[in-house]
Structure formats: structure tokens, C-alpha cells
Design a binder for this molecule. Structure first.
Ligand code: SAH
Ligand code: MG
Length: 216
């Protein structure tokens, strides 16, 4: 078999490993054309979320922040047919677009987008616990509260993953009071030191903070 060569090592890594199909490729350009911000995870992080969910045999996943459903598609594709993804999304327009994309990906049977404030929907979502995986990617100031919920509602051996753990490149700096990214600073310190978790920040996309629950 002849091998094609790639312009550089990084292109090789992405092209050989990242299973981003045409549907996934179309989600964010179309969403941006409809006025949504281009703030989904990148393909590298999407592939990683999918891999993590597969590695633990996830059947039930909770997502904070759907946007257009890009990360939700990666996650839901890791689920078995009877699996379930619940994604909480504040903006009704984002929620509509995410639902349409999940339907287009033929995942409507296992993936659901609930519109409203995640903080307000957490109580009802607790009825669906325990989750195998929680992916946190909504408003940054609420990360510590999403973490509290995840710690209480993820099974032993389950994963808590947060996007943008690098605070858009500023997590190591002194941030002004009121800066939402302070929530990420708190989140990182907490997952790194909580005895119930083993955590690391993977420098993929805007960093994925990955935690496995090892104690109740
Ligand atoms: N996970 C998505 C990107 C999410 S962007 C992906 O990678 O494809 C962050 C989303 O969180 C936005 O759509 C925003 O509307 C939503 N959001 C912001 N505050 C929220 C809240 N309090 N509750 C639920 N969703 C919220
Ligand atoms: Mg993000």
C-alpha cells in the first residue's frame, strides 16, 4: 500500500486519527452563518470527548452548554443505542439548532437538549442520575457549581470533564473580581485537590480538565 505524505506532523496526527465526518464538519460553519458564536470545542477535543466516553462505556452523559450540538454529537455517538445524553442550554435559539443537528445526525433517540438555565434545571436533572460522564462547557463563572452537581451525581469511576480549563489563555493570571474566568481558576484548584477525584488538564483545544471519580 502506498503512503501519502502530509505537510507536517500535526496535520498527519489530525488527519489520521480524528474521525470528523462531513456532518460534524458542517455544524459550526452553518451555526455561525445563523449568528451563533464560533465557540464549540475543536475537532481534537471532540475526538477526545468521544474517546473518553467510549473508554468508560458511558451510557448516560450530561452536558452543560450545547451551543449548536457539535460536542453533543461527538458524545452521543459514543453511546449505545439505549444510551442517553442530556444537554442543558440557556439560549432557546441555540437549543433549537442543537436539536436539529442531533436529529440530522440521527441521534434524536438518545440525545435531548433542554432549554433553560442549567442552574435552574439541575434539580430536575438529578432524577436522571447517576451519570457516567458530565461535560461542563457553559458559563465559566458557574463552573464551581456545576462541579458540585457533578461530584454528587457521577458514579464511581465516572468522568467529569471541563472545557476551556486554560481560561482562554489567562487562567494563570490575576483576574479582576467579576471576571467569569475566575470560576475556572476555582474549578481547576478544586478538581486538582479533591480527594474524590484524580484530575489532569489535557492541553487539547482550550484544555480539557479531565477528572475521574475514585471515591464517594
Ligand atoms: N459544548 C458546545 C459549546 C458550548 S458554548 C460545543 O463544544 O459544541 C457555551 C454554551 O453555554 C452557549 O450556547 C451558551 O448559551 C450556554 N450557556 C451559557 N450560560 C448558560 C447557563 N447558565 N445554562 C445553560 N447554558 C448556558
Ligand atoms: Mg468551550
Amino acid at each position: 500500500m502506498s503512503e501519502v505524505s502530509f505537510p507536517d506532523l500535526e496535520t498527519y496526527r489530525r488527519e489520521v486519527f480524528i474521525q470528523e465526518d462531513p456532518l460534524l464538519k458542517s455544524v459550526m460553519p452553518e451555526a455561525v452563518a445563523l449568528g451563533l458564536p464560533p465557540v464549540s470545542v475543536n475537532p481534537d477535543a471532540g475526538m477526545t470527548l468521544h474517546l473518553l466516553a467510549r473508554m468508560i462505556g458511558a451510557r448516560k452523559i450530561l452536558e452543560f452548554g450545547a451551543l449548536a450540538g457539535y460536542s453533543a454529537i461527538w458524545l452521543a455517538r459514543a453511546l449505545p443505542r439505549e444510551g442517553r445524553l442530556i444537554s442543558l442550554e440557556l439560549d432557546p435559539k441555540h437549543a433549537r439548532i442543537a436539536r436539529a443537528n442531533l436529529a440530522r445526525a440521527r441521534l434524536a433517540d438518545r440525545a435531548e437538549v433542554r432549554a433553560g438555565s442549567a442552574l435552574q434545571m439541575m434539580a430536575e436533572v438529578s432524577a436522571e442520575a447517576p451519570f457516567d460522564m458530565v461535560f461542563i462547557d457553559a458559563d465559566k463563572e458557574s463552573y464551581p457549581r456545576y462541579l458540585d452537581f457533578a461530584l454528587d451525581h457521577v458514579r464511581l469511576g465516572g468522568l467529569i470533564v471541563a472545557d476551556n480549563a486554560d481560561g482562554h489563555g489567562h487562567v494563570h493570571e490575576n483576574l479582576e473580581p467579576g471576571d467569569g474566568r475566575r470560576g475556572i481558576q476555582t474549578y481547576n484548584r478544586r478538581v486538582a485537590s479533591d480527594r474524590r477525584l484524580v484530575s489532569h488538564a489535557l492541553p487539547i483545544g482550550g484544555w480539557l480538565a479531565v477528572s475521574v471519580k475514585v471515591e464517594e
